[in-house]
Design a protein around this ligand. Structure first.
Ligand code: SF4
Ligand code: SF4
Ligand code: SF4
Length: 387
């Protein structure tokens, strides 16, 4: 009797659902399991395609990405892989005709060449949007819808989210949301640091034992450390399950900095309805419906210094990650990572809270490209400092 490789159930020989892959047949209990398997197979093919692109990589790329920025460790792997490379004067040098086979680049311990190296491990990638009419189309609508599903089903008793200060418009305020209304208030992106960990500790101390935590990569990493370290609050974290919902994050800016730049354009934060960073632009939607699009470089001096050293675009330590890059406008890219994250997301889809489809290869490629920019930004920093 065959075993369904997805749900691990023993199934009947005469099941009508099967797929052929790598010269072998796989059998499934249902069309859903077959669909999941086929999607997985697609991602393996995509990875193979990415690897085949190494043929276009030459020594020049190794020089540009690794040797020139000064991050070569002089391990000699490139020279050992190619007769045309030698180590001379403390650096690898090309001494023959490069055939652009990419081998040196793929051998180098400093390059990042795999999907997992760029965005961490994940089960499936989706484009999703809220299926709840009053939330649909809103920035952050998928996270909000997932939280509402988890609250409605009793899967969580609260969510740590970031909302906006009532006294100082757009100033981030982390809160412990326990009701639909409180969750709905947290919808929308804010581009300043939010001290969400304080709210998480408060939720645990209040006796919450199943908490969804929404935060950027650095905040998710802080939770992950607290969950693992025996030198701190493990005694508290033992008492609460935390579902980590990570937000893609490229940068944050000081609150005062955002305020100052907008003021120079005659915009006060009281009049701002939504903010969005997209393709190097800071898009401001005003309450009267007008839009102001500013170049992101205008905010550069207010960029949080920690973000210059951050290499994690997609919140790799989350149960589920969410972000604007990759998917079309109005949709959110979702990476389900842990088993728990995968199940909750798909339950929210099955129960009509979220609409989702698998991300296409081209859409995922866009996520990978931005993730790569972020991974290597430290190299650029080194180069800038040398000038
Ligand atoms: S391994 Fe040699 S031939 Fe291949 S890309 Fe590197 S330098 Fe060029
Ligand atoms: S493989 Fe990379 S780190 Fe090692 S010597 Fe060559 S360029 Fe330097
Ligand atoms: S860029 Fe990195 S360090 Fe900066 S807020 Fe985002 S996740 Fe945190």
């Amino acid at each position: 009797m065959p075993l369904d490789p997805i749900c691990k159930k023993i199934i009947s020989d005469n099941t009508e659902y099967f797929s052929d892959y790598g010269g072998k047949s796989y059998y499934f209990c249902s069309p859903e399991c077959k669909q999941k398997f086929d999607a997985l197979e697609k991602s393996v093919i995509r990875l193979k395609r990415n690897l085949s692109e190494k043929e276009r990589i030459s020594f020049g790329k190794l020089k540009k990405d690794i040797i020139k920025p000064g991050i070569c460790t002089l391990c000699g792997a490139c020279a050992a892989s190619c007769e045309y490379i030698t180590i001379e004067d403390g650096a690898p040098k090309l001494v023959g005709p490069c055939k652009a086979c990419g081998v040196c680049y793929y051998q180098c311990p400093r390059t990042i060449t795999t999907e997992e190296g760029l965005i961490g491990s994940f089960r499936f990638a989706y484009a999703a949007r809220s299926a709840i009419p009053e939330i649909r189309g809103q920035d952050g609508g998928v996270v909000t819808s997932l939280l509402l599903y988890a609250l409605d089903e009793g899967l969580i008793d609260s969510a740590v989210v970031t909302t906006r200060s009532k006294e100082e418009p757009w100033k981030p305020v982390p809160v412990v949301a326990k009701t639909r209304e409180e969750v709905l208030e947290s919808s929308g992106s804010i581009y300043s640091h939010s001290m969400t960990l304080e709210a998480l500790m408060s939720a645990i101390k209040q006796g919450m034992n199943s908490i969804a935590f929404v935060g950027t990569s650095c905040n998710i990493d802080a939770v992950t450390k607290m969950q693992k370290s025996s030198y701190g609050f493990l005694h508290l974290f033992m008492r609460a399950k935390v579902l980590k919902l990570g937000l893609f994050c490229m940068d944050t800016f000081s609150y005062e900095g955002i305020k100052a730049v907008l003021k120079s354009y005659g915009i006060t934060l009281e009049n701002v309805d939504a903010m969005k960073i997209r393709k190097g632009k800071f898009e401001i939607t005003l309450k009267d419906g007008k839009q102001q699009i500013l170049d992101l470089s205008e905010f550069d001096e207010y960029r949080s210094s920690s973000c210059r050293f951050c290499t994690d675009l997609t919140a790799e330590n989350s149960d589920i990650s969410f972000g604007g890059v990759g998917s079309p406008r109005g949709w959110t890219t979702v990476l389900t990572r842990s088993a728990l994250g995968y199940e909750i997301f798909n339950e929210a889809v099955d129960n009509g809270y979220i609409e989702a489809r698998h991300l296409t290869d081209d859409e995922l490629e866009r996520v990978l490209n931005l993730a790569k920019m972020k991974k290597v930004q430290m190299y650029d920093l080194n180069r800038r400092q040398k000038k």
